[in-house]
Write a protein that binds this ligand. Structure first.
Ligand code: SF4
Length: 706
């Protein structure tokens, strides 16, 4: 038996794993005791990774390239050369006839940093379109915009070890116990070691995380800003703000002070649906603890005002001086395993390499020089929702979808289905042939996955870890970066671009990483001092790690200097706004969606393992007993849940985790498992004006007996 160190592929905790394998078969997995993210621990998902890699789960795998000539026929097997030549010819023809913005790439926070880098360069450097967006748009883009508006850079300032040093942990919009279980184990340990530590949880539902809290603020969906503004109001009234920190390190506080004047605890209690006394207590614990750490996730991000949700929470840290010290700071928990890495290489429609902004002419010129191309196009690319709307309207004609399942995961799933139906040419690059999106593929390209892949990922605490292969890929599956490079070379030649070979010279993933590393020189995430060799000998490292540094940084902004023009952090004077789709007489229930403990995303991997259904075997609509009685429903009845966009049929469960007038449905089940459409046929595609992240967390629905 042999052993290979790698990283769990499921979530942004980024746990280290040791893969046990024998004669080309993965036989076991255990936590890596030396990895700083988990110190040997794994959750139910991570500890069963080897079972999802077993040969009998390969019925779900895409093994060979498959192509169909028309939409009405089944795909049939084709060689890699045939597949990629065909794709290059189709893309080249569309680009020649309609221009570069008629094609688009929709990629994934599940890709490795090296994969991401190549796709970004292929779109922006070779084809000349910024139409490259990713499912990270559904995940962390509001956290990105929130950090940039307040602290000046997309850089989570804290680390997991701050959990051990905090006296007050403020978890908002995150069921950490289910979605980031190993972080939650660390929180449990910290509370045992420090029984005086306060845990405040803000969540409309009484989740397992909320159950553990000293104070649970069960706010109404979408009312976060009113809560945070009221907490700041209390801090000001009581003299709990850190005037010295505000004066020395921030700007814009006067405008915020004026805004929060109206947010009395009583006023916010009316908006948020929680007692004013609880708001006052939360403000006291947050402001007066020795060190306050906040952790937050999709409850803040997946909102039509997600950026200001983030900014309003960061305001509290700046106002109380809880930042840049052990145990203190705002800390976004990344949903996907490599949403951070994707942001680092600029793999979004509005970003460029190394946290550069597409809208900045100097940044475009810097990237063009690094890549050796005349320019990078200035026109903004389409974000996820916009991209699929443009596919439906015909503005975008061809889409290349890699390592993600938008037919299941995007909001307003019926619109996504129409878009994929309308597209002239859809390429799906996937490890699994069974996803909802694979059904729309004109060309299906088999990709490697966990246990077979090689490269790097970055977790929530800015820590870069190696992903290593333990076994060979099944069938003819290839690495994502290699598929993208092979396609790029063929497309570049088909378009007659003389720079093609120079743009994509990579022999292996390390060559890509080295090029990416050079783009970070002098930037906030500078990793010019880090190499594959260092990761090999020293293990996972946090950024920044500039040339000459002996180690990365655990904590940012310890000197109170921020990467803004003035060097000061900025307060954002945000006002409360309603959800995009308020409840109404016809749709009177506020639906929230979220994760279960043992499933991951659209279940393409976790759904192959019966054991992971033992916790929750099927999608259940959680409804308060009062709403069941009002509708004459009993536990287990089939109900029709409908929104303005579509309906699903599911069983109902009585649950006191939601208040009357609210419901919860897990996000994992899609059309393949629910018949017709999955949960996202209900959700709304309205998005935040800054981050363009859609409001996946809330929709107005009706619930009726089926
Ligand atoms: Fe994997 Fe996340 Fe579980 Fe760690 S917490 S084992 S990264 S799923």
């Amino acid at each position: 038996m042999a052993e290979t160190k790698s990283t769990c592929c499921y979530c942004g905790v980024g746990c280290g794993v040791i893969i046990e394998h024998d004669e080309g078969v993965i036989t076991g997995v255990r936590g890596d005791p030396q990895h700083p993210a988990n110190f040997g621990r794994l959750c139910t998902k991570g500890s069963t990774l080897h079972l999802t890699a077993a040969p009998n789960t390969r019925v779900a795998r895409a093994l060979y390239p498959e192509l169909r000539a028309t939409r009405n026929e089944a795909r049939s097997r084709i060689s890699w050369d045939g597949a990629l030549d065909h794709a290059a010819e189709r893309f080249a023809a569309i680009v020649r006839e309609h221009g570069p913005d008629a094609v688009a790439f929709y990629i994934s926070g599940q890709l490795l940093t090296e994969d991401y880098y190549v796709f970004n360069k292929l779109a922006k450097g070779l084809i000349g379109t910024n139409n490259v967006d990713t499912n990270s748009r559904l995940c962390m883009s509001s956290a990105v915009a929130g950090y940039k508006q307040t602290l000046g850079a997309d850089a989570p300032p804290a680390s997991y070890e701050d959990i051990d040093h905090t006296d007050c942990l403020f978890i908002s919009g995150s069921n950490t116990a289910f979605a980031h279980p190993i972080v939650f184990r660390r929180i449990e340990d910290a509370r045992k070691a420090n029984p005086a530590m306060k845990l405040i949880v803000v969540d409309p539902r009484r989740t397992d995380t909320a159950e553990a809290a000293d104070l649970h603020l069960a706010i109404l969906p979408g009312t976060d800003i009113a809560l945070y503004n009221a907490m700041l109001h209390v801090m000001l009234w009581e003299g709990w703000v850190d005037e010295a920190y505000i004066a020395a390190h921030t700007e814009g506080f006067d405008a915020l002070r004026k805004v929060v004047r109206a947010y009395t605890p009583q006023m916010a209690a009316g908006i948020c649906g929680v007692p004013a006394a609880d708001i006052e207590r939360a403000a006291q614990w947050f402001a007066t603890s020795k060190a306050t750490l906040s952790m937050y996730c999709q409850g803040l991000n997946q909102s039509s005002h997600g950026t200001h949700n983030n900014a309003a929470l960061i305001n509290l840290h700046l106002a109380s001086g809880h930042l840049g010290r052990p145990g203190a700071g705002p800390f976004s928990l990344t949903g996907q395993p490599n949403a951070m890495g994707g942001r680092e290489v600029g793999g979004l429609a509005n970003l460029l390499s190394a946290h550069r902004d597409l809208a900045n002419p100097q940044h475009r010129a810097e990237v063009a020089a690094l890549w050796g191309v005349p320019d990078v196009p200035a026109a903004p690319g389409k974000s996820a929702v916009e991209l699929f709307r443009a596919l439906e309207s015909g503005e975008i004609k061809a889409a290349w979808i890699a390592c993600t399942n938008p037919a299941q995961s995007m909001p307003d799933a019926a619109q996504i289905a129409r878009a994929l139906d309308k597209a002239e040419f859809v390429v799906v690059q996937e490890a699994y042939a069974t996803t909802e999106t694979a059904a729309y593929a004109d060309l299906l390209l088999p990709a490697t996955t966990w246990g077979e892949k090689t490269g790097t990922v970055t977790n929530s605490e800015r820590r870069i870890s190696r992903v290593r292969p333990a076994v060979a890929a099944p069938g003819e599956a290839r690495h994502d970066w290699a598929i993208a490079v092979d396609f790029a070379r063929r497309l570049g030649h088909a378009l007659g671009n003389p720079l093609t070979d120079a743009l994509f010279p990579y022999a292996d993933e390390e060559a890509i990483w080295n090029e990416h590393r050079e783009t970070t020189r002098g930037r906030d995430l500078d990793i010019t001092g880090l190499s594959y060799a260092t990761l090999e000998t020293e293990g996972p490292q946090q950024w920044p790690f500039p040339s000459g540094a002996g180690s990365g940084k655990t904590r940012l902004y310890e000197d109170g200097v921020f990467p803004t023009e003035s060097g000061r952090a900025k307060f954002v004077a945000a006002e409360h706004l309603p959800v995009a789709e308020p409840v109404s007489a016809k749709y009177p229930i506020a639906l929230t969606t979220g994760r279960l403990r043992d499933q991951w995303h659209g279940m393409s991997r976790t759904g192959t393992l019966a054991r992971l259904f033992a916790h929750e075997a099927e999608p259940l609509l959680h409804l308060n007993q009062a709403d069941l009685e009002r509708r004459g429903l009993a536990e287990g009845d089939l109900v029709r849940v409908s929104s303005r966009r579509g309906a699903v049929i599911v069983k109902v469960a009585a649950s006191d985790s939601v208040r009357p007038g609210q419901a919860f449905l897990p996000m994992h089940w899609g059309a393949n498992t629910m018949g017709g459409y999955g949960v996202n046929v209900l959700t709304v595609s309205a998005f935040d004006p800054y981050s363009k992240q859609p409001e996946l967390k809330h929709a107005a629905v009706q619930v009726e007996k089926y």
